[in-house]
Design a protein around this ligand. Structure first.
Ligand code: AMP
Length: 282
């Protein structure tokens, strides 16, 4: 496995692979890899001849008061994990390789990004769409892999690919959880031992919501109320949102009469965590 820092090196390698008739999968990440990322790398390794993992903490998708400076980074550890799961090339650019002086072009989206995380993170999806478009243009993959953990991001990327006729397939992969249910996240490292326990309220609320839907409940108001009560039973938890939206448009619905996403964002202390379930996965 190679680690490269420049766009030119990625292009050169991918061109070589293409000349040999090989297919290429891309797994975009911000590094500090865990088993969630590993599952995407494995899926890409299974479906493609070669797998590229981008490892880049993208400044453009962080708001001014967010955790860009403190976001955990460890390239050596990432390289070991990525290689073990089938990565062939890590692309680890510096910010000025991705955003040269005078950078002034953006990929933006309306509607889907104006709900859920887009409300509390107004610049986030413009940063995501822009960096992911750049990565697609640099790597030109046949397939790209995204986790359902970031469900709105997955919907946004799928929509962008369709809207802008990008020539690749987007694959959504299941959420990987800790043994006790907490969804794996690089940001879990911010949690103190006590907060780590309290953070379980997210997956408990998701489990409760999923059970209600599985048992036939279709009224979103009642599902949201039960989940909200569950989360509020934990004194350390502060709800950002508990919502049910159409799986494709990300617009709120009142009855589950189509494939839907139930998504939550909750602060545990200063750390903002997200979790969700898709009704189509139940
Ligand atoms: P990040 O490095 O947090 O930007 O995540 C990179 C990719 O890994 C995104 O597509 C995430 O949705 C995915 N991912 C992160 N955590 C998980 C998880 N627990 N299970 C599955 N995919 C995940």
């Amino acid at each position: 496995m190679k680690i490269v820092k420049t766009i030119e090196e990625v292009r050169r390698q991918v061109k070589e692979w293409r000349a040999e008739g090989l297919t290429v999968g891309l797994v975009p990440t911000m590094g500090y890899l865990h088993e969630g990322h590993a599952s995407l790398i494995e899926a890409s390794h299974r479906d493609n001849d070669r797998t590229v993992v981008s490892d880049f903490v993208n400044p453009m998708q962080f708001g001014p008061t967010e955790d860009l400076e403190t976001y955990p980074r460890d390239l050596d550890r990432d390289a070991a994990l990525a290689e073990e799961h089938g990565c062939d090339l890590i692309f680890n650019p510096e910010p000025d390789e991705m955003y040269r002086d005078g950078f002034s072009s953006f990929v933006d989206m309306t509607v889907l990004t104006e709900e859920l995380c887009g409300l509390s993170r107004p610049v986030h999806f413009r940063g995501v769409c822009t960096v992911v478009t750049k990565l697609f243009n640099i790597v030109k993959p046949d397939r790209a892999y995204f986790g359902k953990k970031d469900a709105q991001q997955l919907a946004v990327i799928k929509h962008m690919v369709e809207d802008l006729n990008m020539d690749l397939e987007i694959i959504g992969c299941p959420i990987v959880r800790e043994a006790d249910g907490l969804a794996k996240s690089s940001r879990n490292t911010y949690l103190s031992a006590e907060e780590r326990q309290q953070a379980l309220v997210l997956s408990k609320a998701i489990k409760l919501g999923a059970e209600l839907v599985r048992d036939g409940e279709r009224d979103c108001g009642r599902i949201i109320k039960s989940m909200t009560e569950k989360i509020n039973s934990c004194s350390a938890a502060k709800i950002d949102y508990v919502k049910i939206v159409d799986e494709k448009t990300m617009q709120q619905i009142s009855t589950i009469d189509r494939p839907a996403l139930c998504a939550i964002a909750v602060y545990i202390g200063k750390t903002r965590l997200i979790d969700n379930f898709f009704t189509s996965d139940l």
